[in-house]
Ligand binder design. Sequence first.
Ligand SMILES: Nc1ncnc2c1ncn2[C@@H]1O[C@H](COP(=O)(O)OP(=O)(O)O)[C@@H](O)[C@H]1O
Ligand SMILES: [Mg+2]
Length: 300
Amino acid sequence: MENPKPADAASCPTDESPKNWEGKFEEVETGPQGAVPPVVQFKNVSKEFQRGKERFLALRDVSFVVENLPDCGEFICLLGPSGCGKSTLLRLIAGLEPHFPPSSGEVLVGGKSVAGPGADRAMVFQDYTSYPNRTVLKNVEFGLEIQGKPKAERREIANSWITKVGLQGHENKYPYELSGGMKQRVAIARTLAVRPSIVLMDEPFGALDPETRYAMQELLIDLWKEMQSTVFFVTHSITEAAYLGDRVYLMHGPPGRLVEEIKLPRPEESPLEVESRADFREVVALLKSKIHGKSETTDR
Ligand SMILES: Nc1ncnc2c1ncn2[C@@H]1O[C@H](COP(=O)(O)OP(=O)(O)O)[C@@H](O)[C@H]1O
Ligand SMILES: [Mg+2]
């Protein structure tokens, strides 16, 4: 299957997902196309880069639909080996050059063709993109300043996000004084404080040690349940994708293709606890078998 079919958009995955991992996962079937425009839609999107005299196909004919579900956003994990176009796909949604615009096809957000970056979409990168000359508080306030929020309001919002991500007491520290996990908490707080409807995360936990990574995965899910934004989360890690994702978009490449959409149940346990469950491990093994041979994807 070169391009997966649209997802079943009938229900909110957080409410409806089976809590039991038995029955594992289903491949996504064609579902109803509602009147509300999809959150994100790719229509036969390809992206070519010029490499010297050669042209290089980074993404080939990618199509998918993320439906607008009532009062909730989906958590979508992009899983695949290095170079299969995961970052390219994310940056096309963000409208960021040089990946944007696509060479052919169309990227739609909320039913409208993406024309560039916008406040409705925000990105979190692996490399802790905080402003080095701003304190934690000032970093979290940054987007709110851009939005033109009055000082008292932005301070209140920033402080509440600092508490949510567990950084209270560190408000006046500078990024160089923080560990990697803490820096990534700042990046997450700063990104979510402006309440984007789409959060784009490019291997945000890739540089963290395993313990910190577990903690960050759990924190992210807690925040996402409250926010209900649509999240696109790029990862190399099969277990991370299996834990976080309502759906996994499995990619192969180059040239980057979306080969399968897989719907997963949402576990209630912590990432550490769920890994001891036989049924979760089965799902991980199955995902592994689906990408095996074509990828150097590693786990954690
Ligand atoms: N700006 C660019 N110019 C040329 N080639 C690029 C550029 N960005 C990405 N590529 C190539 O496109 C392919 C997909 O890249 P990327 O989306 O970063 O993959 P992934 O995130 O899955 O590792 C890679 O082969 C990469 O080298
Ligand atoms: Mg990448």
